[in-house]
Design a protein around this ligand. Structure first.
Ligand SMILES: Cc1ncc(COP(=O)(O)O)c(C=O)c1O
Length: 360
Protein backbone atom coordinates (compact mmCIF):
# COMPACT_ATOMS: atom_id res chain seq x y z
CA UNK A 1 0.00 0.00 0.00
CA UNK A 2 1.33 3.45 -0.87
CA UNK A 3 -0.11 5.85 1.73
CA UNK A 4 -1.30 9.30 0.69
CA UNK A 5 0.67 10.84 3.60
CA UNK A 6 3.49 9.70 5.84
CA UNK A 7 5.51 11.76 8.34
CA UNK A 8 9.29 11.75 7.77
CA UNK A 9 10.54 10.85 11.25
CA UNK A 10 13.87 9.33 12.23
CA UNK A 11 16.44 8.74 14.92
CA UNK A 12 17.01 12.49 15.45
CA UNK A 13 13.39 13.10 16.49
CA UNK A 14 13.56 10.11 18.86
CA UNK A 15 16.73 11.49 20.47
CA UNK A 16 15.23 14.98 20.78
CA UNK A 17 12.15 13.62 22.59
CA UNK A 18 14.33 11.46 24.82
CA UNK A 19 16.41 14.50 25.78
CA UNK A 20 13.27 16.36 26.88
CA UNK A 21 11.88 13.34 28.75
CA UNK A 22 15.15 12.90 30.61
CA UNK A 23 15.21 16.58 31.56
CA UNK A 24 11.92 16.15 33.42
CA UNK A 25 10.68 19.48 32.02
CA UNK A 26 7.81 18.44 29.73
CA UNK A 27 5.56 21.49 29.69
CA UNK A 28 6.13 24.66 27.67
CA UNK A 29 9.67 25.84 28.39
CA UNK A 30 13.06 26.35 26.74
CA UNK A 31 12.43 24.04 23.76
CA UNK A 32 9.29 25.96 22.83
CA UNK A 33 11.14 29.29 23.12
CA UNK A 34 13.93 28.03 20.85
CA UNK A 35 11.49 26.55 18.33
CA UNK A 36 9.65 29.90 18.19
CA UNK A 37 12.87 31.81 17.54
CA UNK A 38 14.00 29.40 14.83
CA UNK A 39 10.58 29.35 13.15
CA UNK A 40 10.31 33.18 13.12
CA UNK A 41 13.79 33.39 11.56
CA UNK A 42 12.78 30.82 8.92
CA UNK A 43 9.53 32.57 7.95
CA UNK A 44 11.06 36.05 8.22
CA UNK A 45 8.80 37.58 10.88
CA UNK A 46 9.72 39.33 14.14
CA UNK A 47 7.74 36.84 16.21
CA UNK A 48 6.45 33.27 16.25
CA UNK A 49 4.22 32.00 19.05
CA UNK A 50 3.72 28.24 19.37
CA UNK A 51 0.29 26.79 20.11
CA UNK A 52 -1.36 23.41 20.65
CA UNK A 53 -2.70 23.13 17.05
CA UNK A 54 -3.31 25.00 13.83
CA UNK A 55 -6.90 25.49 14.94
CA UNK A 56 -5.90 27.17 18.21
CA UNK A 57 -3.37 29.28 16.28
CA UNK A 58 -6.21 30.50 14.03
CA UNK A 59 -8.48 31.25 16.98
CA UNK A 60 -5.79 33.29 18.77
CA UNK A 61 -4.63 35.09 15.61
CA UNK A 62 -8.18 36.25 14.89
CA UNK A 63 -8.74 37.39 18.48
CA UNK A 64 -5.38 39.17 18.55
CA UNK A 65 -6.31 40.98 15.32
CA UNK A 66 -9.41 42.29 17.06
CA UNK A 67 -12.05 40.01 15.47
CA UNK A 68 -15.12 39.73 17.70
CA UNK A 69 -18.90 39.59 17.90
CA UNK A 70 -20.70 41.25 15.00
CA UNK A 71 -17.66 41.33 12.72
CA UNK A 72 -17.57 39.73 9.29
CA UNK A 73 -14.49 37.86 8.13
CA UNK A 74 -14.15 37.01 4.44
CA UNK A 75 -12.67 33.57 3.79
CA UNK A 76 -12.72 30.64 1.40
CA UNK A 77 -15.33 27.86 1.46
CA UNK A 78 -12.78 25.45 -0.04
CA UNK A 79 -10.66 24.56 2.99
CA UNK A 80 -10.55 22.37 6.06
CA UNK A 81 -13.42 23.37 8.35
CA UNK A 82 -11.05 24.69 11.05
CA UNK A 83 -10.48 27.89 9.03
CA UNK A 84 -14.13 28.94 9.18
CA UNK A 85 -14.79 27.49 12.64
CA UNK A 86 -12.09 29.73 14.14
CA UNK A 87 -14.14 32.72 12.95
CA UNK A 88 -17.23 31.28 14.66
CA UNK A 89 -15.25 30.76 17.91
CA UNK A 90 -14.73 34.55 18.00
CA UNK A 91 -18.48 35.16 17.66
CA UNK A 92 -17.87 36.62 14.20
CA UNK A 93 -19.49 35.70 10.88
CA UNK A 94 -17.64 33.86 8.11
CA UNK A 95 -18.45 35.33 4.69
CA UNK A 96 -17.45 32.96 1.92
CA UNK A 97 -15.86 34.24 -1.29
CA UNK A 98 -15.54 31.84 -4.22
CA UNK A 99 -12.23 30.46 -5.42
CA UNK A 100 -10.07 30.69 -8.52
CA UNK A 101 -10.76 27.82 -10.90
CA UNK A 102 -7.10 27.05 -11.57
CA UNK A 103 -5.39 27.40 -8.17
CA UNK A 104 -8.40 26.59 -5.91
CA UNK A 105 -7.33 29.60 -3.79
CA UNK A 106 -9.67 32.45 -2.82
CA UNK A 107 -10.27 34.87 -5.70
CA UNK A 108 -9.36 38.54 -4.99
CA UNK A 109 -12.25 39.75 -7.17
CA UNK A 110 -14.71 37.67 -5.13
CA UNK A 111 -13.27 39.07 -1.87
CA UNK A 112 -13.83 42.60 -3.10
CA UNK A 113 -17.49 41.89 -3.97
CA UNK A 114 -18.16 40.79 -0.39
CA UNK A 115 -16.69 43.70 1.54
CA UNK A 116 -19.30 45.51 3.69
CA UNK A 117 -19.03 48.11 6.49
CA UNK A 118 -18.98 45.16 8.94
CA UNK A 119 -15.98 43.44 7.33
CA UNK A 120 -13.15 43.34 9.85
CA UNK A 121 -10.66 40.95 8.28
CA UNK A 122 -9.78 38.68 5.39
CA UNK A 123 -8.59 35.16 6.21
CA UNK A 124 -6.86 33.58 3.20
CA UNK A 125 -5.75 29.95 2.90
CA UNK A 126 -2.65 28.96 0.90
CA UNK A 127 -4.34 25.75 -0.20
CA UNK A 128 -2.30 22.60 -0.90
CA UNK A 129 0.91 24.61 -0.33
CA UNK A 130 0.42 27.24 -3.05
CA UNK A 131 0.35 30.90 -1.91
CA UNK A 132 -2.66 33.05 -2.77
CA UNK A 133 -2.44 36.14 -4.96
CA UNK A 134 -0.97 38.21 -2.12
CA UNK A 135 -0.20 41.43 -4.03
CA UNK A 136 -3.83 41.94 -4.97
CA UNK A 137 -5.19 40.78 -1.61
CA UNK A 138 -2.83 43.03 0.38
CA UNK A 139 -3.78 46.00 -1.75
CA UNK A 140 -7.50 45.32 -1.16
CA UNK A 141 -6.97 45.03 2.61
CA UNK A 142 -4.98 48.24 2.70
CA UNK A 143 -7.52 50.14 0.63
CA UNK A 144 -10.45 49.04 2.84
CA UNK A 145 -8.64 49.10 6.20
CA UNK A 146 -9.02 45.34 6.81
CA UNK A 147 -6.84 43.03 8.88
CA UNK A 148 -5.21 40.25 6.88
CA UNK A 149 -4.65 36.80 8.34
CA UNK A 150 -2.99 33.94 6.48
CA UNK A 151 -3.96 30.32 7.08
CA UNK A 152 -0.57 28.84 6.14
CA UNK A 153 -1.41 25.49 7.78
CA UNK A 154 -0.54 23.73 4.49
CA UNK A 155 2.23 26.07 3.33
CA UNK A 156 5.43 25.67 5.39
CA UNK A 157 8.22 27.02 3.22
CA UNK A 158 5.97 28.16 0.35
CA UNK A 159 6.96 31.48 -1.24
CA UNK A 160 5.28 34.29 -3.11
CA UNK A 161 7.66 36.49 -5.12
CA UNK A 162 10.60 35.31 -3.01
CA UNK A 163 8.95 35.92 0.38
CA UNK A 164 7.73 33.15 2.67
CA UNK A 165 4.04 32.41 3.17
CA UNK A 166 3.25 33.45 6.72
CA UNK A 167 5.08 36.79 6.44
CA UNK A 168 2.44 38.83 4.56
CA UNK A 169 -0.49 39.25 6.91
CA UNK A 170 -1.00 40.95 10.26
CA UNK A 171 -0.76 37.37 11.52
CA UNK A 172 -0.39 33.91 10.00
CA UNK A 173 -1.07 30.39 11.28
CA UNK A 174 0.68 27.08 10.75
CA UNK A 175 -0.32 23.51 11.68
CA UNK A 176 2.10 20.74 12.62
CA UNK A 177 -0.40 17.87 12.34
CA UNK A 178 1.34 14.61 11.24
CA UNK A 179 0.28 14.83 7.57
CA UNK A 180 1.71 18.34 7.15
CA UNK A 181 5.05 19.24 5.50
CA UNK A 182 6.56 19.25 9.00
CA UNK A 183 5.08 17.89 12.22
CA UNK A 184 5.20 18.04 16.00
CA UNK A 185 2.47 15.39 16.49
CA UNK A 186 -0.16 18.02 17.14
CA UNK A 187 0.87 21.65 17.22
CA UNK A 188 0.60 25.09 15.66
CA UNK A 189 2.32 28.46 15.34
CA UNK A 190 1.26 32.07 14.89
CA UNK A 191 3.77 34.23 13.03
CA UNK A 192 3.59 38.03 13.03
CA UNK A 193 5.79 41.08 12.82
CA UNK A 194 3.47 43.06 15.09
CA UNK A 195 4.68 43.30 18.70
CA UNK A 196 1.10 43.92 19.81
CA UNK A 197 -0.39 40.86 18.05
CA UNK A 198 2.41 38.63 19.37
CA UNK A 199 1.90 39.86 22.91
CA UNK A 200 -1.85 39.24 22.76
CA UNK A 201 -1.39 35.73 21.35
CA UNK A 202 1.04 34.93 24.19
CA UNK A 203 -1.40 36.27 26.76
CA UNK A 204 -4.44 34.42 25.39
CA UNK A 205 -2.48 31.17 24.92
CA UNK A 206 -2.03 30.81 28.68
CA UNK A 207 -5.30 31.81 30.37
CA UNK A 208 -4.68 35.54 30.05
CA UNK A 209 -1.99 35.41 32.73
CA UNK A 210 0.48 38.29 33.02
CA UNK A 211 2.24 36.56 35.91
CA UNK A 212 1.70 33.26 37.65
CA UNK A 213 -1.95 33.20 38.87
CA UNK A 214 -2.56 36.81 37.76
CA UNK A 215 -5.25 36.67 35.05
CA UNK A 216 -6.28 39.85 33.25
CA UNK A 217 -8.59 38.41 30.63
CA UNK A 218 -10.37 35.31 29.41
CA UNK A 219 -7.74 33.13 27.80
CA UNK A 220 -7.24 29.47 26.94
CA UNK A 221 -4.82 26.62 27.46
CA UNK A 222 -3.43 26.48 23.93
CA UNK A 223 0.20 25.86 24.91
CA UNK A 224 2.63 23.60 23.07
CA UNK A 225 4.69 21.11 25.12
CA UNK A 226 8.50 21.00 25.07
CA UNK A 227 8.19 17.43 23.77
CA UNK A 228 6.34 18.65 20.68
CA UNK A 229 8.73 21.60 20.21
CA UNK A 230 11.76 19.30 20.34
CA UNK A 231 10.31 17.28 17.43
CA UNK A 232 9.46 20.53 15.61
CA UNK A 233 13.02 21.86 15.85
CA UNK A 234 14.39 18.73 14.16
CA UNK A 235 11.64 18.79 11.54
CA UNK A 236 12.30 22.47 10.77
CA UNK A 237 15.96 21.63 10.04
CA UNK A 238 14.76 18.96 7.56
CA UNK A 239 11.97 21.04 6.02
CA UNK A 240 13.88 22.36 3.01
CA UNK A 241 15.03 18.89 2.06
CA UNK A 242 11.52 17.41 2.57
CA UNK A 243 9.94 20.20 0.51
CA UNK A 244 12.50 19.70 -2.26
CA UNK A 245 11.45 16.03 -2.45
CA UNK A 246 7.77 16.96 -2.57
CA UNK A 247 8.46 19.46 -5.38
CA UNK A 248 10.49 16.89 -7.32
CA UNK A 249 7.80 14.21 -6.88
CA UNK A 250 5.19 16.69 -8.10
CA UNK A 251 7.33 17.61 -11.11
CA UNK A 252 7.64 13.97 -12.11
CA UNK A 253 3.93 13.27 -11.59
CA UNK A 254 3.00 16.26 -13.75
CA UNK A 255 5.46 15.19 -16.43
CA UNK A 256 3.77 11.78 -16.65
CA UNK A 257 0.19 13.01 -16.29
CA UNK A 258 0.34 16.04 -18.59
CA UNK A 259 -2.04 15.85 -21.54
CA UNK A 260 -4.42 13.16 -20.23
CA UNK A 261 -8.01 13.25 -21.46
CA UNK A 262 -9.90 13.46 -18.17
CA UNK A 263 -7.27 14.51 -15.64
CA UNK A 264 -5.68 17.97 -15.29
CA UNK A 265 -2.44 18.38 -13.37
CA UNK A 266 -2.03 21.13 -10.71
CA UNK A 267 -1.63 24.66 -12.01
CA UNK A 268 1.30 26.54 -10.50
CA UNK A 269 1.12 30.35 -10.60
CA UNK A 270 4.13 32.23 -11.88
CA UNK A 271 6.34 33.68 -9.16
CA UNK A 272 5.32 31.25 -6.42
CA UNK A 273 7.05 28.34 -4.77
CA UNK A 274 4.33 25.69 -4.37
CA UNK A 275 5.45 23.21 -1.69
CA UNK A 276 2.89 20.52 -2.57
CA UNK A 277 1.41 19.71 0.79
CA UNK A 278 -1.05 18.04 -1.55
CA UNK A 279 -0.63 17.12 -5.21
CA UNK A 280 -4.23 17.58 -6.30
CA UNK A 281 -5.44 16.81 -9.80
CA UNK A 282 -8.81 17.60 -11.28
CA UNK A 283 -10.70 14.59 -12.71
CA UNK A 284 -13.73 14.67 -14.90
CA UNK A 285 -14.45 11.01 -14.00
CA UNK A 286 -13.09 10.82 -10.45
CA UNK A 287 -14.80 7.51 -9.61
CA UNK A 288 -12.87 5.71 -12.36
CA UNK A 289 -9.50 7.00 -11.11
CA UNK A 290 -10.36 6.13 -7.50
CA UNK A 291 -11.34 2.58 -8.50
CA UNK A 292 -8.00 2.12 -10.28
CA UNK A 293 -6.02 3.53 -7.32
CA UNK A 294 -7.85 1.18 -4.95
CA UNK A 295 -7.16 -1.80 -7.23
CA UNK A 296 -3.48 -0.82 -7.27
CA UNK A 297 -3.11 -0.34 -3.49
CA UNK A 298 -2.53 3.41 -3.73
CA UNK A 299 -3.86 5.82 -1.11
CA UNK A 300 -5.60 9.04 -2.12
CA UNK A 301 -7.51 11.91 -0.53
CA UNK A 302 -10.34 14.24 -1.45
CA UNK A 303 -9.58 17.74 -0.21
CA UNK A 304 -12.42 18.56 0.18
CA UNK A 305 -15.53 16.52 -0.70
CA UNK A 306 -17.85 19.27 0.62
CA UNK A 307 -17.16 23.00 0.68
CA UNK A 308 -17.59 24.44 4.19
CA UNK A 309 -20.93 26.15 3.42
CA UNK A 310 -22.36 22.73 2.49
CA UNK A 311 -21.46 21.16 5.84
CA UNK A 312 -24.45 20.41 8.07
CA UNK A 313 -23.26 22.84 10.76
CA UNK A 314 -23.11 25.70 8.25
CA UNK A 315 -26.37 24.74 6.57
CA UNK A 316 -28.00 25.10 10.03
CA UNK A 317 -26.39 28.52 10.36
CA UNK A 318 -28.15 29.59 7.16
CA UNK A 319 -25.45 29.10 4.53
CA UNK A 320 -27.22 26.42 2.48
CA UNK A 321 -28.34 28.90 -0.17
CA UNK A 322 -24.86 30.42 -0.61
CA UNK A 323 -23.92 30.42 -4.29
CA UNK A 324 -20.27 29.40 -4.69
CA UNK A 325 -20.26 27.43 -7.94
CA UNK A 326 -16.49 27.20 -8.49
CA UNK A 327 -15.87 25.69 -5.05
CA UNK A 328 -18.82 23.33 -5.46
CA UNK A 329 -17.59 22.04 -8.80
CA UNK A 330 -14.06 21.65 -7.45
CA UNK A 331 -15.29 19.50 -4.57
CA UNK A 332 -16.70 17.04 -7.09
CA UNK A 333 -13.56 16.82 -9.18
CA UNK A 334 -10.45 17.14 -6.98
CA UNK A 335 -8.30 14.17 -6.09
CA UNK A 336 -5.04 14.22 -4.09
CA UNK A 337 -2.35 11.69 -4.97
CA UNK A 338 0.64 10.61 -2.85
CA UNK A 339 3.47 13.18 -3.15
CA UNK A 340 5.09 12.96 0.32
CA UNK A 341 8.89 12.89 0.76
CA UNK A 342 9.01 9.25 1.92
CA UNK A 343 7.96 7.96 -1.54
CA UNK A 344 10.47 5.92 -3.52
CA UNK A 345 10.86 6.93 -7.16
CA UNK A 346 9.41 3.63 -8.25
CA UNK A 347 6.31 4.39 -6.14
CA UNK A 348 5.86 7.78 -7.80
CA UNK A 349 5.90 5.95 -11.13
CA UNK A 350 3.31 3.44 -9.90
CA UNK A 351 0.99 6.29 -8.87
CA UNK A 352 1.29 7.93 -12.31
CA UNK A 353 0.80 4.63 -14.13
CA UNK A 354 -2.41 3.86 -12.22
CA UNK A 355 -3.86 7.29 -13.11
CA UNK A 356 -2.86 6.85 -16.75
CA UNK A 357 -4.53 3.41 -16.85
CA UNK A 358 -7.78 4.96 -15.57
CA UNK A 359 -7.65 7.61 -18.30
CA UNK A 360 -7.62 5.15 -21.20
C1 LIG B 1 -6.08 24.81 5.86
C2 LIG B 1 -6.08 24.30 7.27
N1 LIG B 1 -6.46 25.11 8.26
C3 LIG B 1 -6.46 24.71 9.54
C4 LIG B 1 -6.05 23.45 9.90
C5 LIG B 1 -6.12 23.04 11.34
O1 LIG B 1 -4.92 22.62 11.86
P1 LIG B 1 -4.89 21.55 13.07
O2 LIG B 1 -5.38 20.26 12.54
O3 LIG B 1 -3.45 21.53 13.46
O4 LIG B 1 -5.75 22.09 14.16
C6 LIG B 1 -5.62 22.58 8.89
C7 LIG B 1 -5.11 21.23 9.17
O5 LIG B 1 -5.60 20.30 9.62
C8 LIG B 1 -5.65 23.00 7.55
O6 LIG B 1 -5.28 22.18 6.56
Amino acid sequence: MIPVAKPALGEEEVKAVQRVLESGMLAQGEEVARFEGEFAAYVGTRHAVATSSGTSALHLALLACGVGRGDEVITTPFTFIATANAILYCGAKPVFADIDERTFNISPGEIERRITPRTKAVLVVHLYGQPCDMAEIMELCEEHGLMLIEDACQAHGAEYRGKKAGSFGDAACFSFYPTKNMTTGEGGMVTTSSDEVAERVRLLRAHGAVRRYEHVELGYNYRMTDIAAAIGRVQLRKLEQMNARRIENARRLSEWLEGLKDVSVPYVTEGVRHVFHQYTVRCRRRGRVIAELERSGIGYGIHYPKPVHRQELYARLGYSRACLPVAERASEEVLSLPVHPMLEQEEVERVAEAVRRADR
